[in-house]
Design a binder for this molecule. Structure first.
Ligand code: DGT
Ligand code: CA
Ligand code: CA
Length: 577
């Protein structure tokens, strides 16, 4: 049982309780536990094996959840979960994955129409039976059918953070096999796509066969789909597929280049090579006439042989990177060391797990110069969001803490809710007293693109907002982005000097790579933030950085690569519109 599996059990419990219409705070406590557990740096199993009592150090995870964690680790099961599950048809949870369907609707669909699965929902929508239900019409049926289509296209893909959490221990296991020299992930994982179809791993070793024997015996393997000397494919217990290829060191670079993809990038590289009288394969670069091997040991050699500089994996999508490389115009992509601070996080004052001081201490340990504390505002009651009076109190508290800190600054911020009419959830004169106003949409996602664009634009135009957080509100593989006219929004951002957030929470990665590139092209600055709800979440920054790299972002395109002084200058200037 890895942390991700345990988190999934608590997420299921939260969903089931919600379908049963249980106390929302109870639901929330399971959801919080799931979030926190999936962000823990250490496996719960090793914590429990060392000393159960240490579970108490995990913030916001109460006694009853502690007991369930221990139960799950010791027995592989959770009785409470199993009982809830037995009370309701198992397909009901899948219904929640359909965008726009919440627990209340699931209840309704089940009670009134006996719908228990996505297939049954699809059938009912096609037959026009949903319009019999209150608040549902032909339009809802269309929307649901579209959402089911979207769900099917995600099906079987894993969020990158989840895929990594399963791939990393496997990579460690492979590295320990005698005779293995190198183990490298390839495919979409190395390109840091936001979702992963299957994990591809390359292994160099002395003798292929013994590696494969050990690989298929990895304890997490559920099924072996194929096993050969150079290639094997398995399905892990978590249903993730893994391809392992074993090869000799001398063709490692060529194989890494080939299996990193993307397919579109590889095809374009091969076409280019052909025009040069060359042939590129997973074994190397060859002269087409003489069959002489010209490169293969390293990826740099492979690109050099086709007349190009090294192209970072995140760019390999055939979206202009080969042309840019040819002209010597590849971007100098942002790196994790460029980040000087984090501008979106929550503390125990709203729905976070650590105090302001604890968050600051962790950030200092990471070598940051600054953070911004940005609690939710009062409209988000369930998160214990701040009203005006509490904001003013927090300003004083942070001032007081800052006086004690050296070479580090806590910015006074807020994540203020953008209400349906585009107004902000807190008074202007309070917002003006803050260093940083981050604004975000958290409700009423079902507007048209025009309405949503207008709503956000109107928040941008108040002159009070610095950053728009998670600008599409997508939850990867769960909730589609709300409809919004992004080019128009970027234009408005440019006009009002607004910075757009790249939220590094692995479930969000919002803005996405494509939208980041649009922002860059339109001259809009980004802020890469983590939206941390406990201090370890600050490490999510790596997901943001790699997504930013997929969006071609450079150090200069990102606000929080700047030193504190410059950030303050930019925030003031931008706010004066
Ligand atoms: P995924 O698994 O759907 O997230 O995406 P990838 O990119 O990991 O795709 P996958 O696992 O099918 O293949 C891994 C890499 O192997 C891919 O990025 C490029 C290479 N590859 C696979 N099939 C082909 C092919 O038919 N032609 C070429 N040129 N490359 C291929
Ligand atoms: Ca793959
Ligand atoms: Ca594959």
């Amino acid at each position: 049982m890895e942390n991700a599996d345990i988190a999934k059990i608590f997420e299921d419990i939260a969903d089931l309780l919600e379908i049963k219409n249980e106390n929302p705070f109870r639901v929330r406590s399971y959801r919080n536990a799931a979030l926190i557990i999936s962000g823990l740096p250490e496996s719960l199993r090793s914590i429990v094996e060392r000393n159960e009592q240490e579970l108490k150090n995990i913030p916001k995870v109460g006694k009853s959840i502690h007991e369930k964690i221990v139960e799950i680790i010791k027995t592989g099961k959770c009785k409470f979960h199993d009982e809830l599950f037995k009370e309701l048809p198992p397909g009901l949870l899948d219904l929640l994955e359909v965008s726009g369907i919440g627990p209340k609707k699931v209840q309704l669909l089940y009670d009134k129409l006996g719908i228990e699965s996505v297939e049954e929902l699809e059938k009912a929508a096609k037959e026009g039976r949903l319009r019999e239900l209150p608040h549902m019409g032909e339009k809802t049926e269309e929307k649901i059918l579209k959402a089911i289509q979207e769900l099917k296209s995600h099906k079987g893909r894993f969020r990158i953070s989840l895929a990594i959490s399963y791939a990393e221990p496997l990579i460690e296991y492979l590295k320990k096999i005698p005779g293995v020299t190198e183990v490298e992930p390839a495919g979409s994982l190395r390109r840091w796509k936001d979702t992963i179809g299957d994990v591809d791993i390359l292994v160099t070793c002395k003798k292929g066969a013994s590696v494969m024997d050990k690989f298929v015996k990895y304890p997490e393997v559920k099924d072996v789909l194929s096993k050969g000397e150079t290639k094997s494919t398995v399905i892990l217990k978590c249903n993730l597929q893994v391809d392992v290829r074993a090869l000799e060191g001398k063709s490692f670079g060529a194989a890494l280049q080939y299996f990193t993809g993307s397919k579109a990038h590889n095809i374009a590289i091969r076409d280019r090579a052909k025009k040069m009288g060359l042939k590129v394969s997973e074994y190397g670069v060859f002269d087409e006439k003489t069959d002489k091997r010209l490169a293969g040991k390293t990826e740099e050699d492979v690109y050099k042989a086709v007349g190009l500089p090294f192209i970072p994996p995140e760019l390999r999508e055939n979206l202009g990177e080969i042309e840019a490389a040819e002209k010597g115009k590849l971007p100098k992509l942002i790196e994790i060391q460029d980040i000087k601070g984090d501008l979106h996080m929550h503390t125990t004052e709203s729905d976070g797990g650590h105090t302001i001081e604890e968050m600051a201490a962790y950030a200092m340990q990471k070598g940051y110069e600054y953070i911004a504390i940005t609690e939710h505002s009062k409209a988000l009651g369930i998160t214990h969001g701040l009203d005006e009076a509490r904001v003013l109190k927090q300003i004083d508290r942070i001032d007081e803490i800052n006086r004690r800190l050296k070479n580090f600054r806590i910015l006074k911020g807020i994540e203020v809710d953008i209400k349906a009419d585009g107004s902000l959830d807190l008074d202007a004169d309070v917002l003006k007293q803050l260093d940083l106003v981050v604004a975000a949409v958290h409700s009423k996602f079902n507007m048209t693109a025009e309405e949503m664009t207008e709503r956000i634009e109107s928040a941008m135009s108040t002159g009070l907002v610095h950053i728009i957080a998670h600008p599409t509100a997508r939850i990867i593989a769960v909730r589609e982005p709300y409809p919004v006219d992004m080019p128009k929004l970027m234009q408005a951002a440019k006009k009002y000097g607004i910075i757009m957030e790249l939220n590094s929470y692995p479930e969000r990665l919002d803005l996405s790579d494509t939208y980041l590139r649009l922002a860059k092209d339109m001259g809009v600055m980004a802020a890469i933030s983590t939206d941390s709800h406990n201090r370890q979440h600050m490490d999510f920054i790596r997901f943001g950085i790699h997504t930013a790299r997929r969006g071609w972002l450079e150090k200069k395109d990102v606000l929080n690569t700047r030193p504190l002084k410059e950030v303050l200058r930019i925030l003031k200037k931008e706010a004066q519109h």
